[in-house]
Design a protein around this ligand. Structure first.
Ligand code: AVJ
Length: 327
């Protein structure tokens, strides 16, 4: 190798030490190629997801929002049965629009709790830490930026109360069924008897409705996926030509699995750091799974992971369920 200045060397080491870089290279050098959808959520991705939540075809947010606005009191009653002190931990809080319904109700009813939102997006956590004390005066909030279980352990160190964990928006859908099962089990192992989980799960429904949500006519989902390539260009100095990729979504009504891919439109090479990745024309990158469940499967998942299902809240169309499980 030609002589490298110390500055460049340092920069390269910083890059190859970076978890995002490592995961991207591992994913794009495997067969078939894949990327982890948790990397969708940088500041740009957060903004595109906001747009998506406001779009006609993307129904899950509206369904869950309906549950949270129309059944706020019932939800809160299910979670704070005996009126004791507790802490509210939210996994993947995002903009917390849905949870704000609950938080407002709890504060108005003088509940004694701290709110500990966890999110992979740094952008989201600094936003919540700044805005929630303004929109919800009196709230005690401490946002935690990082991976779910790392931050759950931090939350456990902050909280000495009964825990109520919220995992909304069908975030659980971003794992294949077996992984979701293992995740719930690990979550149960991180909780104590009497702790609770409020989990939002998107249900199986007309396949055309599901597919349209992940293949919207304005191409917002496409931009959401393409943003991950742009993020690699921004943060890893990659040279993706994003016009050479198209978005492809599928939904299988038998398994309930909805998957997103990016398709290479040409034979092409892309540089990422020291690596060159070769794409064949029509080759796919597997980007994301958004698993849909039947209600019976949701109960089964509770039982298999050591939770007891307590309660279920549905929207008008029965497209989405918020289930309350107890540890
Ligand atoms: C934030 C994981 C719930 O899978 O429905 C939306 C993300 N991806 N459209 C989902 C997403 C494509 C979303 N979750």
């Amino acid at each position: 190798m030609a002589s490298t200045s110390p500055a460049t060397e340092q920069k390269n080491n910083a890059l190859t030490d970076d978890q995002f870089y490592k995961d991207v290279i591992a994913g794009l050098t495997s067969t078939p190629k894949r990327l982890d959808s948790k990397y969708f959520y940088d500041a740009h991705g957060d903004k595109i997801f906001q747009e998506l939540m406001g779009c006609e075809e993307y129904y899950p947010t509206n369904c869950e929002m309906e549950i949270f606005t129309a059944q706020t009191a019932e939800l809160c009653k299910a979670l704070i049965a005996d009126g004791d002190a507790f802490d509210l931990i939210e996994l993947g809080a995002g903009d917390a629009t849905k949870s704000t319904q609950l938080l407002k109700y709890l504060i108005d009813n003088k509940a004694d709790f701290k709110y500990l939102p966890i999110d992979i997006s740094e952008n989201v956590i600094s936003y919540l830490n700044i805005t929630l004390p303004v929109t919800l005066p009196g709230i005690r909030i401490q946002g935690l930026n990082g991976e779910y279980f790392d931050m759950l352990k931090k939350a456990a160190a902050i909280s000495d109360k009964r825990k109520v964990v919220m995992f909304l928006g069908s975030n659980i859908g971003n794992m294949p069924v077996a992984d979701a099962q293992a995740f719930c089990k690990e979550l149960r192992n991180n909780l104590s008897k009497g702790d609770m989980l409020l989990i939002g799960v998107d249900l199986k429904k007309n396949p055309a409705t599901v597919l349209a949500a992940y293949n919207d006519s304005k191409g917002i989902t496409k931009r959401f996926n393409i943003n991950l390539l742009e993020r690699m260009n921004r943060e890893l100095g990659a040279d993706f030509n994003t016009r050479q990729f198209d978005h492809y979504a599928t939904y299988d009504p038998e398994t309930g699995s909805c998957k997103s891919y990016l398709i290479s439109l040409a034979d092409q090479k892309v540089k990422i750091g020291e690596e060159t990745i070769t794409f064949l024309k029509d080759e796919y990158i597997y980007m994301e799974i958004s698993q849909k469940y039947a209600v019976e499967q949701v109960n089964e998942m509770a039982a298999l992971s050591g939770f007891k299902p307590l309660n279920q809240f549905f929207d008008n169309k029965n497209w989405f369920v918020d289930a309350v499980w107890t540890a």
